[in-house]
Ligand binder design. Structure first.
Ligand code: 5GP
Ligand code: ZN
Length: 113
């Protein structure tokens, strides 16, 4: 997936402020943060979105959520935070590599826009 922006971040071809990296999961700060803490947690493997068959890999999703839990502690999000994945055009997905937004350190309204 040479053209995929997030694959290029995983490969180190595009700079990003990476806060966690292991064999299966990378977490980095969003370039256009929507909250004081705005991280993106992604699988190192290219999966376009949550409805792709490869995203049914429960072990991978479990690992991502385990890392999200760890990052919430490290970033001091004990007063609350939100995890979001935008899946497809109607949800406003702009980067077609599965990613989970982690937003925190401000009050977040509901329902979302
Ligand atoms: P989506 O709209 O697909 O759910 O979210 C994509 C996110 O990726 C957006 O929040 C956007 O700000 C972020 N983003 C886009 N390009 C880059 C980049 O080059 N570096 C980083 N760190 N984030 C990016
Ligand atoms: Zn990719």
């Amino acid at each position: 997936m040479e053209q995929c922006l997030f694959c290029r971040i995983v490969a180190g071809e595009i700079p990003a402020e990476i806060v966690h990296r292991d064999e299966n999961v990378v977490v980095f700060r969003d370039i256009n943060p929507q909250a004081p803490v705005h991280l993106l947690a992604i699988p190192t493997k290219h999966i376009a979105r949550l409805t792709q068959p490869e995203a049914a890999d429960g072990a991978m999703l479990s690992q991502i959520f385990s890392v999200i839990q760890k990052m919430a502690t490290i970033e001091g999000l004990d007063e609350g935070f939100r995890v979001v994945t935008n899946c497809g055009d109607n949800a406003g997905q702009t980067v077609h590599h599965l990613h989970f937004h982690i937003l925190g350190k401000r009050c977040l309204s509901w329902p979302p826009g």
